[in-house]
Design a protein around this ligand. Sequence first.
Ligand code: GTP
Ligand code: MG
Length: 458
Amino acid sequence: MFENLSDRLSKTLKNITGKGRLTEDNIKETLREVRMALLEADVALPVVREFINKVKERAIGEEVNKSLTPGQEFLKIVQLELERAMGEANESLNLSTQPPAVILMAGLQGAGKTTSVGKLAKFLRERHKKKALVVSADVYRPAAIKQLETLATSVQVDFYPSDVTQKPVEIVKSALAEAKLKFYDVLIVDTAGRLHVDTEMMDEIKDIHQALNPIETLFTVDAMTGQDAANTAKAFNETLPLTGVILTKVDGDARGGAALSIRQITGKPIKFLGIGEKTDALEPFHPDRIASRILGMGDVLSLIEDLQRSVDHEKAEKMAKKFKKGDNFTLEDFREQLIEMKKMGGMMSMLDKLPGAKNLPAHVKNQVDDKMFIKMEAIINSMTLSERAKPEIIKGSRRRRIALGSGTQVQDVNKLLKQFDEMQRMMKKMRKGGMSKMMRGMQGMMGGMGGMGGMFRR
Ligand SMILES: Nc1nc2c(ncn2[C@@H]2O[C@H](COP(=O)(O)OP(=O)(O)OP(=O)(O)O)[C@@H](O)[C@H]2O)c(=O)[nH]1
Ligand SMILES: [Mg+2]
C-alpha cells in the first residue's frame, strides 16, 4: 500500500539533518522533492500546491521545539499536513436514525461496489452487532444479483431477492418495506455501475435515492485510478449527494494519489479502505494512521486492533502472563503463535503495519513467505507433547522421525530448533529491555526468519 510514495518521502525527509533550524533556504530542496514525490503519486495539483504551501508556512513560522532536531520537526509538520489533507480524524458510518439505517452504494462499473456491500455487511454484523439486510438493484449486468446473494451467504447476512424483470426503484422500495417490517438495523443497497455522464442512469439513481432517503450514500472508487478517483467522486456528488467514499483496491495501489486527493477535491471523507478481495479486507480509514504508514513509521494502532480482533483472547492472555512471569516459552507456544498469525492474514499483512519494517532489506522481506509458517507448523505438529515442552530432548533419531513425519529434511528440523532457541533468547532480552530493544529484536527475528525462508525455498 502506497509503497512508492512512502519510499520517496522517507528517503527525502532523511536528508534534512544537521541544520541549526528550518529556514526557507534549507528546506527549499526538500520541499521540491516532496512536491515531486506527491506529483508522481498522482496527487491532484491543487492538493499538492496547498500541501507544499502549508508545510512551508508552518516550517518557517514554527517556534523551534528544543527537543526536536530540524529533521524531526520537518517530519512532524509533513505528517500533520498529510493528516489534514486526508481529513484528520476517522469518520465512521452514521447510523443514528430511525432503523433501518439505509446505506446506498454508487460508483463506476467494476469499482468494487458489490464486494464492498459484502464487506460492510460483515463488518456491521461482527463489529457493531447489527442485523443487516442486503439487496441488489443491478438489473443490467448478468449475474449481478446472484453475485450479491453468494456474498451475502458467505458473510452470513440476509439477502433480499430481486430479479432483472423488476425496476430498480421498485426493488429498493419493497426491500425497504421488508427491512422495516422485520426490524433490520441496516439495509445496504447495491446498485449497477454507471458513468456520471449517463443522464438516464444518473436519473435512475436519483430516483432510488429519493425512494430510500439513505443516511449514507457511499461512493465506491478504485484507488488505482489516482486523482481521477477524486474527480469522478466530485462529478457524482453534483447529481447525487454523497456522504462518504469507500476507496477500494488500495492493496494494489503503490501511489496513494486517490487517498490524498479525495478529501480536498470533494469535501467528502473517505470512510473505508478496501484492501483485498476477501470479505474481511475492509479497514476504517484513519488519516493519522495512514499518514504515519506513508512516512514509514508504521501503523501500530491498526496492527493492535487486528491482533485484538483475530487473536484468541484467552490464549493471548495466557501467553502474556507467561511472558511476564518469565516462564519458558515452549515449542507448543510457538506453534500456537504460528496459528494465530495465520488467522491474522499472515506475516505480510503485519509487516506492512510495523514501524521500521520499511527499512528491512528487500531480500529479507521477500523471504518472509507465509508458506514457510505452514511448514514450521508441520514440523512442530510431528513432535510429541513432551518434545514440544522440552526441545532439548530432541536428539538425532527423534530429529529423523520428525523430519519424516512432516515431510521435511533433518536440516529443516535442526534449523527450526536453532531458530526457536534464538527466539527464546530474544524474548528474555525483551523482558528486560522494553520497547526499543523489542524493535531491534523484531528486526533480528525478521532477519532470522529470512534465513528460515531461505532454507525452505528449494
Ligand atoms: N484487490 C482488491 N480487489 C477488489 C477490492 N474490491 C473489489 N475488488 C475486486 O474488483 C472486482 C470488481 O468488484 P465488484 O464488487 O464486482 O465491483 P462492482 O462495482 O460491483 O462492479 P459492477 O457491479 O460490475 O459495476 C472483483 O474482482 C473484486 O474481487 C479490493 O479492495 N482489493
Ligand atoms: Mg456490482
